[in-house]
Design a binder for this molecule. Structure first.
Ligand SMILES: Nc1nc2c(ncn2[C@@H]2O[C@H](COP(=O)(O)OP(=O)(O)OP(=O)(O)O)[C@@H](O)[C@H]2O)c(=O)[nH]1
Length: 415
């Protein structure tokens, strides 16, 4: 609003000065005065001129005040530069004030002399103290040299500044866009949420993933004046973390879950099944005569057979089931929401698929978590293992189930 008012006043004075019909509001007339043998032309001023003088003095005083503050607060390195700028701005103003107050010799307008003196002071600042060169150079060097992207936003989330790295991340960031709304960057919901809570977030930009860390810019009283967004490419770091977590939870040979991940998921599913009184079955299987495959075709062929079996069986399972390698040629399938009879049907299908596609026999044992008693996942696994050995003993290539305990309420009292 203030800026609008300032522009309005200067626009009105400009129009009055340049429109012949209104010029008399500015200059009423001219007068030739003879002072000390000199003939001096005096202009007689109108009301618009008084407004102009008031406006000029006010604006210059404000400017000088700001420069004075900058000089007081300047780093010792820049003190002299700031002082030179202050003097350079004061010179034309003081010459003009002498003229306004009638103290100039012979009532002459000293404005041109003031401007000339100010020009000398500015030249001194530029040439000797390198005012205009050092600061932008330092800014370019430090700001653009940062490998992280930096975007500076004002209180209304408009883009005030950004460095070169930031424009590498966001190609829309070009100097012509300074002052644009933050929505220019896209992903508005993410940015808004992060700036509301000052929490970092990760964005996908093409093939790259970048972390954006917002932080507030505050004045000494703690009022928020704006914010900065630090942008860092975290693609490699995240890929490494994903690889590590994949290695930590997956079996390297077959790509299915490893023993640790299997036990973790099994324990969680057992707790869930008990809490919600839902069925949970587990299936343990072992490759029949696997030792012979190794012995006859070599260890690598044995590895290949394990990989093939895992991929064939994984394809047959539901998304909610988890296939894991328990060790050697022994695998486990955790089957949430599955009662033992359904698990037996699935086990038979798996044996048939493996025989058809891999020409390899499997023996399987299944057990269901009883809803009574205190059994945990490890016990359930031990039961399925016992059933597996029963299947092996019964001739391999088949399924055996661990017998379900009978619930007390279903026991019939025989008289
Ligand atoms: N190629 C390969 N072989 C393995 C691996 N881990 C364990 N083995 C071998 O798998 C075989 C397991 O044999 P067992 O399960 O004890 O016996 P089996 O020949 O399968 O006989 P049954 O289980 O009674 O049908 C052993 O010879 C192990 O050396 C592995 O990662 N790769």
């Amino acid at each position: 609003m203030w800026l609008g008012l300032l522009l309005l006043i200067s626009g009105a004075i400009f129009a009055i000065y340049h429109l012949p019909a209104l010029r008399h509001w500015y200059y009423v007339g001219l007068e030739l005065r003879h002072v000390d043998g000199l003939a001096i032309v005096h202009s007689l001023k109108g009301p618009a001129y008084s407004v102009y003088v008031g406006y000029l003095n006010l604006a210059t005083a404000l400017g000088v005040l700001l420069l004075f503050r900058a000089w007081r607060q300047a780093d010792p390195l820049y003190r002299l530069q700031a002082l030179t700028l202050l003097v350079a701005s004061l010179l034309p103003w003081s010459f003009h004030l002498l003229y306004q107050t009638g103290l100039s010799p012979h009532g002459m307008d000293l404005g041109p002399f003031g401007l000339a003196a100010s020009g000398v002071a500015f030249s001194l600042a530029v040439l000797r103290h390198k005012v205009l060169r050092l600061l932008p150079l330092a800014r370019d060097h430090v700001f653009d040299g940062i490998a992280e992207g930096v975007i500076v936003l004002d209180r209304h989330w408009r883009i005030l500044d950004f460095n070169r790295a930031a424009s590498d991340f966001f190609l829309v960031l070009v100097p012509a866009r300074l002052g644009a709304e933050m929505s220019l960057l896209g992903h508005e919901a993410n940015f808004t949420k992060a700036l509301d809570s000052w929490t970092p977030f990760v964005l996908r930009l093409g093939l790259r993933r970048v972390e954006i860390r917002p932080s507030p810019l505050t004045d000494p009283q703690g009022h928020i004046l704006g914010s900065t967004l630090m942008i860092q490419d975290v693609t490699e770091r995240l890929e490494l973390l994903e690889k590590l977590s994949q290695l930590a939870s997956h079996d390297e040979l077959t790509g299915c879950a490893n023993r640790r991940a299997l036990l973790e998921r099994g324990e969680a599913e057992a707790l869930r099944a008990r809490r919600h009184k839902r069925p949970l079955s587990v299936l343990v299987f072992d490759v029949d005569d696997f030792k012979d495959i190794n012995d006859q075709h070599g260890h690598q062929a044995g590895d290949e057979a394990l990989r093939h079996i895992a991929s064939v069986l994984r394809y047959r399972l539901r998304g909610s089931d988890m296939l894991g390698r328990y060790g050697g040629d022994e695998f486990v399938v955790v089957m949430p929401e599955t009662a033992v009879h359904a698990a037996i049907v699935l086990a038979e299908e798996l044996i048939d698929s493996c025989r058809a596609q891999c020409h390899i026999g499997l023996s399987m044992g299944v057990a269901e978590l009883p809803l009574i008693g205190e059994e945990d996942f490890t016990t359930l696994l031990a039961h399925a293992d016992m059933a597996l050995y029963a299947a092996k003993r019964a001739g391999k290539g088949q399924v055996a189930a661990y017998p379900q305990p009978i619930a007390p309420q279903s026991l019939q009292v025989v008289a």
